[in-house]
Design a protein around this ligand. Structure first.
Ligand SMILES: Nc1nc2c(ncn2[C@@H]2O[C@H](COP(=O)(O)OP(=O)(O)OP(=O)(O)O)[C@@H](O)[C@H]2O)c(=O)[nH]1
Ligand SMILES: [Mg+2]
Length: 426
């Protein structure tokens, strides 16, 4: 029953822009809204755009446009209207009364996709948190919508406690989820500390949804010399295929290793509630030593997508992190002159083109400061010897008369700190 209802959902999309200069932007934005609608499992029946200098307080679009939308609903036998901008609770209620059908906004649509895609416990909690926040801020107007049941966009959620709960219960649930998220964060922090201690550097893939982040991670997993090919991550040609941060250990041919993490993709007008709810996991990923900003070079809107990614990174205070821009899907771009940034590389996760170059760049960033050393540490400084052994990958260790002999590679800071123990060449 429910499946059927989802399949037969037909949507009229409505967008508003102000002034001529935004005309191109609104088309880009509406195309994306159409893709999001498809990703949520509904069909797009019609797209209606209004150019209007000011927003109508009660109905967002003007009265004439409301009539036009109503006609479109009837003509196309649609049963949902999706607005490209965030609506207030009152606007949704007014529009639902006038249009006599379900009205949702872009935020609710994105939240809905997230609700369906969330797999792990933490992702489910984060999505529920975002949904509850969205609902809490619209309680006054959302009377009809809140009691909607029966499946379809706008009614799906990870928990069963999503409908007909009043503000107090919503707040209670928000507190409860926050606690649970914090609890699982504690475990992650322990893991992160462990990693830091092992000095395995971390590289994070970030970027617009569908850019190819998971495909790049899978390519690295396949080519890691201590491979765990069964640990491939999910990649698919759809928006928001990845909702969880996955981390995989990658070992390069020269035995240098790093952790590569995949993250949730970004999209324009990514709801604040989502950024907020995913902040904890995103911030963890963004604590990486370097970010790979993955761009779908074959997408006409790639410049806008790069801008959006940068904005979201700024919002997460990761805007000035070390970053390599990775133009991906170059196999689909016929003339290969695209965004020539200084720290950029043009690859294809599909053909493997230029991945070797990307690896070189990653290595330069992660390991160029490392120094090959031979220490002989006297037994009186056992602390230093055990620190070196715990922190770095030791190539050779021996117990000589004068002390512990260690061959390894250390950071510049530790090189300076322990240089008095360097083995003196004879
Ligand atoms: N032709 C081509 N397709 C690619 C390339 N890299 C990825 N794709 C395809 O692009 C689609 C999206 O790839 P994903 O790796 O899932 O993208 P993502 O960035 O992880 O997307 P989200 O998880 O949704 O944020 C898939 O269908 C991939 O097969 C590439 O280099 N060339
Ligand atoms: Mg992905």
């Amino acid at each position: 029953m429910e499946e059927n209802q989802i399949l037969t959902q037909r949507a009229v999309l409505v967008g508003l822009y102000q002034g001529l200069k935004d005309e191109f932007d609104i088309r880009e934005s509406m195309n994306e809204l159409a893709e999001l609608t498809l990703a949520a499992g509904a069909e797009v029946a019609d797209i209606i755009i209004q150019n209007k200098a000011s927003i109508e307080a009660a109905t967002f679009i003007g009265a004439g446009k409301v009539e036009e939308v109503k006609m479109a609903i009837q003509d196309t036998e649609s049963n949902i209207v999706i607005f490209n901008d965030e609506l207030s609770g009152a606007q949704i209620r007014n529009l639902e009364n006038l249009l006599e059908t379900t009205v949702i906004d872009r935020t609710a649509l994105i939240l809905d996709i997230f609700a369906v895609r969330a797999q792990t416990k933490i992702a489910k909690l984060q999505v529920e948190l975002a949904q509850l926040r969205y609902r809490a801020s619209r309680l006054t107007g959302l009377g009809a919508s809140l009691s909607r049941t029966g499946g379809g966009i706008g009614t799906r959620g990870p928990g069963e406690q999503k409908l007909e709960i009043d503000r107090r219960r919503i707040n209670e649930r928000i507190d409860e989820i926050r606690k649970q998220i914090k609890e699982s964060e504690k475990n992650r922090t322990v893991q992160r500390k462990l990693r830091k201690k092992m000095e395995v550097p971390v590289v994070a893939l970030v970027g617009y949804t569908n850019a190819g982040k998971s495909s790049i991670l899978n390519y690295f997993i396949n080519h890691s010399i201590e491979g765990e090919p069964d640990k491939q991550v999910f990649e698919k040609d759809m928006l928001f295929a990845t909702l969880d941060t996955f981390a995989r250990r990658i070992v390069l041919e020269d035995k240098k290793e790093f952790i590569l993490t995949d993250t949730v993709g970004f999209v324009s007008k990514l709801p604040h509630s989502i950024i907020d709810a995913f902040k904890a996991t995103l911030e963890e990923a963004l604590g990486a030593d370097i970010l790979l900003h993955v761009v779908d070079a074959s997408n006409d809107s790639y410049k806008m997508q790069m801008e959006v990614t940068k904005q979201v990174l700024n919002e997460l205070h990761a805007g000035d992190k070390e970053m390599i821009t990775v133009f991906n899907k170059m196999d689909l771009v016929p003339d290969k002159v695209i965004g020539d940034l200084e720290e950029s590389v043009h690859i294809s996760a599909k053909t493997g083109e230029n991945i070797a170059l990307l690896v070189e760049k990653i290595k330069t960033h992660l390991f160029s400061h490392m120094k090959k050393v031979i220490f002989v540490i006297p037994y009186t400084d056992g602390k230093a010897a055990s620190y070196i052994c715990e922190t770095y990958k030791v190539d050779k260790i021996d117990h000589l008369e004068m002390g512990t002999y260690i061959e390894t590679e250390v950071s510049e800071a530790d090189y300076n700190k322990y240089k008095h123990y360097l083995k003196i060449e004879e």
